[in-house]
Design a protein around this ligand. Structure first.
Ligand code: NI
Length: 663
């Protein structure tokens, strides 16, 4: 199996008119949902440069395939020429505002474009180090560091946090970073063990000026920087705990999945793997085939937003409320994965292409990992009368990608199971954001993870966008609540409970929170397709990791993250409703995205619907999370509920693992 992407024209800015014929032919053979490759990113950048960069320089926030509508994709046949359209967001260096639009690669022209003078692009990867350099070379910052005993500015690290929208005078109408600082003891020392507390710079990312330095210890003795080392790199360890004897995943005949371009097939499942710079990994057109009949389940599944609010009122820590997807982008921050470290067993990697700030295509090698895993027993029964045992093991297909956003790693895992279940798991690892305190006095908003080093309480709130197509696009969402009537005529023995089902018919009715007192869940059914017992076929969304948000919805951070206040939202499909906190989240105004769209209270019954599921991690930090945090996980499950007529692996071929042995 070869890598799915072609070589592209890395580094080249190529005019579409000059593109070699072979490239165009190959492009036309692509499936309409395939992500842009390097040549296409270069060609799109060339068109935009030709049109917009004649008189003023241009920068590129996003270039991504404009995914055609469901019916267009359904009608498409391999080999048929279909125009490749590109969604773009470009901006001008030195000022806010973006140009958002769509261009045609085949026609070499802009199809539509809108200037949004108030919108701010994300903070781009290339800008991270520029922001740091601006702060570190500022005389006031250098003086403030000196006051804290720091002589070598090379060792100072300044993280470029997004600034939010706090109405601070002088910050209006700009694209800003509000920074936090740390210092290393030496070249590879973990700087997060040494926070410089109460020293925050505000940098205009467009003009690269430091607007302001907030030194909360100005005129008084600064809080000492904790200097004890707390490292995680192997080079700092002399003695290691034993890792155990070799534990190898052996697949002598290879893996059971097939890869055709970006199409993935596995034991009845098929799915198209997508990727863009903002969401990272995307699963398109997930379907399951049984007895020669392919049944669609989910048209598009991705993580579309996440926000990480921190709970401390001290100094400037209220500004930590970062939207890691909307303000930075998981795709452009995706890692190149390493065999035997990130991924174990018979692995197939896919590369991903994103654009650099200058429009240059950037290939992220091995951005997506595909493999299968044993998942224990699927089912078992021992008949105690006949003393016969029947058992089947099960496995799952794993499609994953890992992104590093500053101090944290977000590892996204999509699982397809032989049982028909689809699961998303987010594994969060990396280094907790640290703050200094007087040793022994962390205060009530955090936990001391090392003497004088605090990890503040915070949450990671994720939103998955699930464009469901259970047995076709016309779906309905039903809420299920368990009910127990009081002891009385309906419940004379007090044992009675049952499930009550309620159709969620409108967007306002479908703004729902999880309720553990009723074991609430939601199912997506197709009212027009019935199973063997005459009920609509369906999939249930099992909310396994809902989180209660504590950020006030009226505050400057909560009002920009309205999506977090419901665990479920349902909207009728609309092409441009893609991001639950809005398309442009950096410095966004309150109320954008789901709260604004659902104000129309549209009908959502028996139509093409999108589910938005909010879940996450509530993170009171533990000392064990430092100096690097073991993976903690959250996610959700989509379980077939009357989708199959019976257990879909009842007829799974029996067998036993021959490599297993007794020791
Ligand atoms: Ni955390």
């Amino acid at each position: 199996m070869a890598a799915a992407q072609d070589d592209g024209a890395t580094g080249a800015v190529m005019d579409i008119d000059d593109a070699p014929a072979a490239t165009v032919t190959e492009k036309r053979a692509k499936h309409p949902l395939e992500p842009l490759d390097g040549a296409e990113i270069a060609a799109a950048a060339a068109i935009l440069t030709r049109i917009y960069a004649a008189s003023e320089p241009l920068r590129f926030e996003r270039l991504e395939i404009k995914e055609p509508a469901k019916d267009v994709v359904a009608r498409w046949r391999p080999g048929v020429a279909l125009d490749r359209e590109v969604r773009f967001v470009v901006f001008r260096p030195g000022r806010i505002g973006v140009i958002q639009g769509v261009l045609s690669l085949d026609q070499g022209k802009i199809i539509e474009a809108t200037e949004l003078p108030e919108a701010r692009p994300m903070i781009m990867l290339e800008e991270f180090l520029e922001i740091e350099q601006v702060v570190k070379s500022d005389p006031a910052f250098i003086a403030a560091c000196k006051r804290r005993g720091i002589e070598d500015m090379e060792l100072v690290c300044v993280d470029p946090w997004s600034a939010g929208n706090f109405g601070v005078p002088g910050e209006e109408g700009r694209r800003l970073s509000h920074t936090f600082a740390w210092v290393r003891n030496g070249e590879f020392d973990n700087f997060y063990a040494h926070p410089i507390e109460g020293l925050n710079a505000v940098v205009d990312v467009d003009t690269l000026e430091m607007l302001r330095l907030d030194d909360y210890y100005e005129g008084k003795e600064p809080l000492p920087i904790p200097r004890a080392e707390s490292n995680y790199e192997a080079q700092f360890f002399k003695d290691f705990k034993p890792a155990g004897k070799p534990l190898d995943i052996v697949q002598p005949e290879g893996a059971s999945f097939t890869v055709d371009g970006t199409r993935l097939g596995w034991l009845g499942w098929d799915v198209r793997v997508g990727f863009n710079s903002r969401e990272g990994l995307i699963l398109h057109d997930i379907g399951y085939t049984e007895n020669g009949r392919r049944r669609p389940i989910c048209w598009r599944a991705s993580l579309t937003e996440m926000v990480v609010p921190y709970g401390s009122p001290q100094h400037a820590h209220h500004r930590k409320n970062v939207f890691d997807i909307g303000e930075y982008g998981l795709g452009k921050l995706a890692n190149s994965l390493k065999l035997g470290c990130d991924c174990l067993g018979a692995i197939h990697y896919m590369d991903a292409w994103v654009n650099g700030i200058d429009g240059t295509p950037v290939r992220i090698e091995n951005a997506i990992c595909i493999h299968e895993e044993d998942f224990g027993i699927g089912w078992k029964h021992w008949d105690f009368r006949t003393e016969r045992t029947e058992i089947r093991r099960q496995r799952r297909l794993v499609v994953s990608s890992i992104s590093t956003v500053g101090n944290y790693e977000y590892a996204s895992y999509w699982y397809l199971y032989q049982t028909g279940m689809i699961e998303f798991e987010m594994k969060a690892t990396g280094i907790v954001n640290t703050v200094a305190c007087k040793p022994g006095e962390p205060g009530k908003h955090g936990v001391e993870v090392a003497p004088g080093v605090v990890g503040q309480i915070h949450q990671h709130l994720f939103c998955a966008r699930l464009d469901m197509v259970v047995d076709g696009p016309a779906n309905t969402v039903v809420e299920c609540n368990a009910k127990a009537p009081p002891i009385g005529p309906e419940n004379p023995m007090g044992n009675v409970f049952f499930e009550e089902q309620t159709v969620l018919a409108t967007e306002s009715a479908a703004k729902r929170r999880f309720d553990p007192s009723t074991m609430r869940y939601w199912k997506v059914v197709n009212p027009s397709v019935t199973n063997a017992v005459g009920k609509p076929t369906g999939y249930k969304l099992e909310p396994t990791h809902t989180v209660t948000p504590f950020t006030d919805p009226e505050g400057p951070s909560g009002s920009r993250a309205g999506f977090i206040y419901n665990h479920l939202w349902v909207t009728p499909f609309a092409e441009d409703e893609r991001y639950p906190a809005g398309e442009f989240v950096n410095h966004s105004a309150p109320g954008l995205g789901l709260p604004a769209w659902t104000a129309a209270d549209r009908a959502i019954e028996n139509t093409d619907i999108v589910l938005w599921h909010v879940f996450g991690l509530h993170h009171p930090v533990r000392p064990e999370d430092f100096p690097v945090q073991n993976c903690v996980t959250c996610g959700f499950k989509l379980l077939p509920t009357g989708f199959f007529d019976q257990n879909p692996i009842i007829d799974l071929e029996p067998g036993r693992n021959k490599a297993s042995c007794c020791v």
